[in-house]
Design a protein around this ligand. Structure first.
Ligand code: HEC
Length: 122
């Protein structure tokens, strides 16, 4: 039989274990959220969405290199929103005279995911 004190210790230990598990789950979800898709899968996704017909990660094709885009917008907090819109709607005049056609096949979330990846490139 456990004494009252032992029971109390056991209960509080169990409690903090539970708390710990919750924290760990929260962390795991956070980490997952931050890195949902590894870099190679992002590249594959960009391929599937036809971005790589005009773009490459580190050289200019028809459109600018993704690394150049990342460098240009580094430290601009509104770049993610702005570029997500641009990718979906298309546009021109930032990198030269060639326009990027609208990519209407992308959902907002997909475009955002691609732009987040592009902006993370170094
Ligand atoms: C038909 C060719 C073409 C395709 C397909 C294409 N792009 Fe572009 N992209 C361009 C061109 C050209 C520019 C430069 C536009 C400019 O100068 O404003 C550009 C610019 C960009 C920019 C920078 C925009 C800016 O204002 O700085 C991003 C980000 C981008 N593209 C992402 C994507 C993504 C993601 C996809 C796939 C969903 C994609 N592009 C598909 C041609 C293309």
């Amino acid at each position: 039989m456990l004494t009252a004190v032992e029971r109390e210790i056991k209960a509080s230990l169990e409690d903090s274990m539970k708390h710990c598990m919750k924290l760990r789950t929260a962390w795991a979800l956070l980490l997952l959220g931050a890195t949902v898709v590894p870099a190679w899968a992002q590249l594959e996704f960009a391929q599937q969405k036809n971005c790589l017909g005009c773009h490459a990660v580190d050289k200019r094709v028809l459109g600018p290199a993704y690394k150049d885009i990342a460098a240009k917008y580094a430290g601009q907090p509104d770049a993610l929103d702005k570029l997500t819109q641009k990718v979906r709607k298309g546009g021109s005049g930032v990198w030269g005279i060639l326009p990027m056609p609208a990519n209407t096949q992308l959902s907002d979330a997909e475009a955002r995911q691609l732009v987040r990846w592009i902006l993370s490139l170094k």
